[in-house]
Design a protein. Structure first.
Length: 328
């Protein structure tokens, strides 16, 4: 089963119940489902108890026609898929394949990556961005490469931009809406660094915490004023990017005592909590509202006051309770 929700209200706008109609016979059980914006096209990865397609396959399914349009098979398990109006990307542990889309999909090009078991990558969030950028971990530890998809093709890509972002493995990547800024985090999970892609210079360094944690996602606000991230600590952090004076500083820093980068770090201007140790994705609904969806089925939406640093919960729901347990 797959459901589509409005993040501003939490309302269900569409449900796909593969186990209750002819779709179950055609696609079987699935591990992951990706939707192309608000269209009827889905990318499905096989998995679960009764899969019809292997985990190294991606099926493009038209939910209006109830038909499988395309089936792609790869050399290893598919870890992630990104669907856009003119292309789609398939992420494997050591490769990323880029295809034309949606009519007569053909592979445009492929890139080799560092061992990437979590399927970490970032791609321009909008197909109308001035530059269409793909970012992925390259072969040197802690280093990423950015490729311009608009000028790539025919088996040859434009010269990639390389950035050494961290000392340990890359765990999370995010691009802003116009693909000018890149946010990175490592598996250490303590620092988030933001880079200007044109100059390759670090714009700001943000501290999520002092103890290691697994980051699930990073996202920019629509106007690039803020950045949010979620981690397995059960906390969603919100940082200021433009007006950095809003971010918290160490008490020692305020006293004028300098003990290195830790004391000088910029901490989140505000936070809110979700179920701990539960995978969670967060994103901005608008400039001062952040929504979080957790693996336990809970939905959270908070509004924050940048000047006062206060977060207020404005919506909460439990998605899994909206349907009978037998449907899953």
């Amino acid at each position: 089963m797959a459901h589509r929700y409005r993040v501003d209200s939490g309302d269900v706008v569409h449900s796909l119940q593969f186990n209750q109609d002819q779709r179950a016979e055609k696609v079987g059980s699935i591990k992951a489902c990706y939707l192309l914006h608000r269209t009827n096209l889905l990318a499905l990865i096989g998995g679960g108890k009764r899969p019809k397609f292997a985990e190294n396959s991606v099926v493009i399914f038209d939910d209006a026609q109830k038909e499988c349009l395309h089936d792609f098979t790869f050399s290893s398990a598919v870890l992630a898929v990104c669907m856009q109006r003119d292309r789609f990307l398939v992420v494997l542990e050591r490769q990323i394949h880029v295809f034309s889309f949606p009519r007569n999909p053909e592979r445009i090009f492929s890139v080799e990556t560092r061992a990437n078991p979590r399927g970490v990558f970032a791609v321009s969030p909008s197909s109308i961005s001035p530059a269409q950028i793909l970012v992925y971990p390259c072969h040197k530890i802690g280093t990423v490469q950015a490729v311009n998809l608009s000028t790539a093709g025919g088996g040859v890509t434009s010269s990639p931009t390389s950035l050494h972002a961290h000392q340990s493995e890359i765990a999370c990547l995010a691009l802003n809406s116009d693909s000018t800024l890149l946010a990175t985090a490592s598996r250490q999970g303590t620092l988030i660094r933001v880079f200007d892609l044109s100059s390759k210079k670090k714009v700001i360094e943000l501290r999520r915490g002092s103890d290691p944690a697994r980051l699930y996602c990073i996202n920019f606000s629509p106007n690039n004023d803020y950045l949010c991230c979620s981690a397995d600590t059960g906390t969603v952090h919100i940082f200021a990017l433009r007006k950095t004076s809003l971010n918290r500083r160490s008490a020692l820093s305020k006293m004028g005592i300098s003990l290195g980068n830790y004391v000088e770090s910029q901490w989140a201007l505000t936070t809110f909590t979700v179920p701990p140790e539960c995978a969670c994705l967060c994103a901005f609904v608008d400039t001062t509202n952040v929504a979080a969806v957790c693996l336990d089925g809970t939905f959270h939406r908070y509004a924050f006051n940048p000047d006062g640093g206060k977060c207020t919960r404005v919506a909460f729901d439990i998605f899994l309770d909206l349907f009978d347990e037998d449907e899953f």
